[in-house]
Ligand binder design. Structure first.
Ligand code: UDP
Ligand code: MG
Length: 325
């Protein structure tokens, strides 16, 4: 008997792609069911992340027309990572295994069989890893490469060329639910779970339609999230920098005093001015960095809910609810 698979798809203003995405996903999941890789109770769970277009009404219509489609509506836009977590945590109680992927089908769903085979071979987590980045712009390729290397140097373990296309067993999801942090960077958190893992290589396609929901501003803030949520090394670097600067300024002071006693003399005015600017900016940078972490701690201490669910469209979920009450 095959296991129940939930395909979790976060959607934010995706009306342009959803008709085609839902058609392709339905075809794929039906195929998996027919080949005995997934149970008939498997579902495609669309998570509407507070869209302002017709995304939710499309999900509702899909659910009414075929029970293979389930829906989850967040009360407002909470961002990709929160929407994904909401979907995974909801699916956890209904599925044996989940696969998360993007609504624009940039992740090749042709690999789903391979994901499931690895799962049946005993993997609790299977990472989708991009074979190449030829469909990306030069800037995206370069920035992604630099970022991965930088994270590695900072001691943060992330899977190279892996985004959020991944399979997770229920056991792995239960462990993930124990991570209580508010600042989410799932691709850094999930490798911390451990268990037997595998990878599946795939070629990332271009977006089916519509525009990216990850503009540069969101991308940069996400990149910083990854660094500041996983390591305090930047603070240590600042401390080391402070130490080195102290050493140099002491040498500089000795040098200045020696020059003052010599016949040449020097311009004290310019030295003072440049030192003030230099030290000032260094202090600002250091204070800013410390502030970032203090701010983060503040957010974590509040333990606010990471998302609020407005509605769930899923028969299994409804049955479970009536059974419990
Ligand atoms: N997304 C979301 N909430 C947001 C932004 C994005 O749920 O606030 C979803 C989006 O609908 C898509 C996925 O996250 O399914 C990835 O976004 P996108 O494809 O636009 O990012 P890109 O591939 O351009 O980095
Ligand atoms: Mg995309």
């Amino acid at each position: 008997m095959a296991d129940i698979l939930y395909i979790v798809v976060p959607c934010y203003n995706e009306e342009d792609v959803l008709p085609e995405t839902s058609r392709r996903l339905k075809e794929k999941l039906t195929n998996l069911i027919e080949h005995g890789l997934a149970s008939e109770q498997s579902r495609i769970l669309f998570v509407d992340d507070g869209s302002t277009d017709s995304t939710w009404s499309f999900i509702e219509r899909s659910h009414q027309s075929a029970e293979i489609f389930s829906g989850l509506k967040l009360s407002r836009n909470r961002g990709h990572q929160n929407a994904l977590l909401a979907g995974l945590m909801t699916a956890m109680s209904l599925a044996d295994v989940t696969v998360s992927l993007d609504a624009d089908l940039q992740d090749d769903i042709g690999c789903l069989d391979e994901f499931m085979e690895k799962y049946y071979d005993g993997c609790d987590i299977v990472y989708g890893v991009r074979a190449d980045r030829t469909t990306d712009s030069f800037f995206k390729r370069w920035s992604a490469h630099t970022y991965y290397n930088f994270m590695k140097k900072l001691g943060v373990h992330i899977i190279y060329n892996h985004a959020d296309y991944r399979l997770m067993s229920r056991r792995a999801l239960e462990e993930l639910s124990e991570f209580r942090e508010v600042n989410l960077f799932l691709r850094g958190m999930i490798p911390l779970i451990g268990y037997k893992t595998g990878t599946v290589e795939y070629t990332r396609n271009k977006r089916l339609a519509g525009t990216t929901k990850y503009p540069l501003r969101k991308m940069l803030s996400f990149a910083w999230e990854g660094i500041s949520s996983f390591t305090v090394r930047p603070i240590r670097y600042i401390t080391v920098l402070g130490g080195v600067m102290l050493l140099f300024s002491m040498l500089g002071l000795i040098y200045t005093l020696c020059r003052n006693f010599s016949a040449e003399g020097i311009s004290l005015y310019s030295i003072c001015l440049s030192s003030i600017w230099f030290i000032g900016s260094l202090q600002l940078l250091a204070i800013g960095l410390v502030g970032e972490y203090v701010g983060k701690t503040y957010m974590e201490v509040k333990k606010r809910p990471r998302y609020i669910i407005e509605k769930i469209l899923d028969e299994a979920f409804e049955n479970k609810k009536t059974y419990i009450s």
